[in-house]
Design a protein around this ligand. Structure first.
Ligand code: 5GP
Length: 188
């Protein structure tokens, strides 16, 4: 039987509230604006999960900024486990050669996706390449990645909301939360 999604009713616990996210975005935007003053900043966000974070963060940055979008999918994994095999569904639309590139990510879990992306983007000769993630789940890290800007460090739980999905839904929630256990055990 297929489960009926109850957008708010399926949430078991709110881990990071809307207010907490919005103040953190302002703080990160300020830091980035200072750190990249007089530089040629390009934000590269990774669809689809980073979409709300990118949209909010770019407006919290007060210096000129270019943006570009990539879409990647990891294949061979499950709805809650990354496989580390990454496929590029949408590439950059402009050159980043000589730019100061900041990757804007939703969450770093094993780090495998980002590890692939970093190697890929380094090959395009940016002047600098750094990372900003809203959420960091260090407990499951498989590769060591230096992360320059971290919004929130969270425990080893599968989260949804503010861009993050389970079975492609829950992305439009304004907070980050954990689903009720029964939601994961029933097919979406
Ligand atoms: P990694 O390669 O670091 O293990 O995972 C990268 C991608 O897996 C993230 O960009 C995200 O799309 C997905 N992911 C990792 N942890 C979570 C989580 O807790 N919730 C959701 N919805 N996606 C996650």
């Amino acid at each position: 039987m297929t489960r009926r999604v109850d957008l708010h009713g399926d949430i078991g616990e709110i881990l990071v509230s809307e207010d907490e996210i919005q103040s953190k975005v302002v703080e990160l935007g300020r830091r980035i604006s200072v750190d990249y003053a007089e530089r040629q900043l390009t934000l590269v966000s990774v669809l689809k999960g980073s979409l709300p974070f990118m949209a909010d963060l770019m407006r919290a940055i007060s210096i000129p900024v270019r943006i570009d979008l990539m879409e990647v999918s990891s294949y061979g994994g499950t709805a809650t486990e990354s496989s580390g095999l990454v496929r590029i569904l949408k590439d950059l639309s402009a050159t980043i050669e000589g730019d100061d590139v900041l990757i804007v990510e939703d969450i770093i879990d094993t780090g495998l996706t980002l590890n692939y992306l970093i190697r890929y983007l380094r090959g395009k000769n940016p002047a600098t390449l750094r990372i900003c993630t809203l959420l960091d789940k260090p407990a499951r890290r498989l590769v060591d990645i230096p992360v320059d800007y971290i919004g929130f460090t969270i425990p080893d739980q599968f989260v949804v909301g503010y861009g993050l999905d389970y079975g492609e839904v829950y992305r439009n929630l304004r907070f980050v939360g954990v689903l009720k256990p029964e939601v994961y055990s029933e097919p979406a």
